[in-house]
Design a protein. Structure first.
Length: 197
């Protein structure tokens, strides 16, 4: 059972780490575990659950506030750079290559190649790595994409700097690589526009 015990420890620690719970006291953790196994725990499961939930909530709030502040600071500095345009909504962009084809409207279907990164450069998605572009209705994606792609022409390549409120805000995909309140960077190549009647 030693291998199972070790595996349980790995799974538990991996889960705690992914939740941002990095300050776990391993001695107290082992003490609580032993107390339950020996039927002499001083906390009942409901109270223990409440303590853990409150701690996890505090960790998430702190991380969210930090991500929000980081995004706001980055975008404020980025807006000052040459070649960066800023829309009324706060979307920032730079046309790396200006296209000469049609521009989509929000009801069109578009085909694009793209790469998405966090502000620290961590890549979280890329159609280039998958080896094929992606097609979708423009009004079915995050607001930053819906607005931004309408500023492009077929054949163009644009880098978008998307504020959190135009991206996934406080609700990115659970367990995914994008933290709550994260500003995002997307490099997008507009390949095709299909009008939807």
């Amino acid at each position: 059972m030693d291998s199972v015990s070790y595996a349980l420890g790995v799974l538990f620690a991996t889960n705690m780490k992914s939740e941002g719970m990095l300050d776990i006291n391993s001695e107290q953790l082992a003490s609580g575990f032993s107390a339950v196994m020996n039927d002499n725990a001083t906390l009942d499961p409901a109270d223990a659950d409440k303590i853990v939930r409150e701690a996890m909530s505090a960790v998430k709030e702190k991380a969210s506030a930090a991500a929000k502040a980081e995004g706001e600071e980055f975008l404020a500095e980025n807006a000052k750079k040459d070649g960066i345009s800023v829309t009324e909504s706060g979307l920032q962009y730079h046309h790396d290559t200006v296209g000469t084809g049609k521009s989509p409207d929000e009801n069109d279907k578009v085909t694009v190649h793209y790469k998405g990164t966090l502000l620290d450069g961590t890549e979280f998605d890329s159609s280039y790595k998958r080896g094929e572009p992606i097609s979708f209705p423009l009004n079915g994606v995050i607001p930053g994409w819906t607005e931004g792609l309408q500023l492009m022409n077929i054949g163009g390549k644009t880098t978008f700097y998307i504020p959190q409120e135009l991206a996934y805000g406080e609700r990115p995909n659970p367990g995914g690589p994008i933290p709550p309140f994260a500003a995002l960077i997307f490099e997008v190549e507009l390949i095709e526009v299909e009008s939807v009647e």
